[in-house]
Ligand binder design. Sequence first.
Ligand code: ZN
Length: 183
Amino acid sequence: MNNALLVIDYSYDFAAPDGRLTAGGAAQAIEPAIVDRIRAAHEAGEPIFFMMDLHFEQDTLHPEAKLFPPHNIEGTEGRALYGKVRDAYTEIMDAPNVFFIDKRRYSSFAGTPLNQLLQERDIDTVTLTGLVTDICIMHTAVDAYNNGYGIVVPASCVASFNGPAHESALDHFKNALGATVEP
Ligand code: ZN
């Protein structure tokens, strides 16, 4: 198995108590487990991809404009990595196998160079962490499945503002996408 770690949308807006689209306490609770995964992956020499939602001020043409309040706006603290995940990123950001990549849709694969970067590194399995389980993690997992990657989802490293949807997403990863859902 040749694994890459993805840390998805762990931004101030999605995780902070006063973030614009926050998953609240559930999002803050996964912070230490994500930091542990980042440190372990880095020590193992695995590539790490920090995938970050990017929106523009007053962009009414984006499909999410009708669905969610404005969040992760370009140039704001809202789209900075949150808390100790930010510190962990800062420690390793200059390493060659650490990437910070903007994305503009739920899936980390949509319109990004992620798939090419994984293929160039002979990655066959992706470990998905971050926010939120039933939206950006889900869409990334589906695209990973369709692109032939194995999927690992540590349940302690994903969260949502919607508890039941979080649980059913974990079921879907396991039962429909063949993912390994770890505790
Ligand atoms: Zn968004």
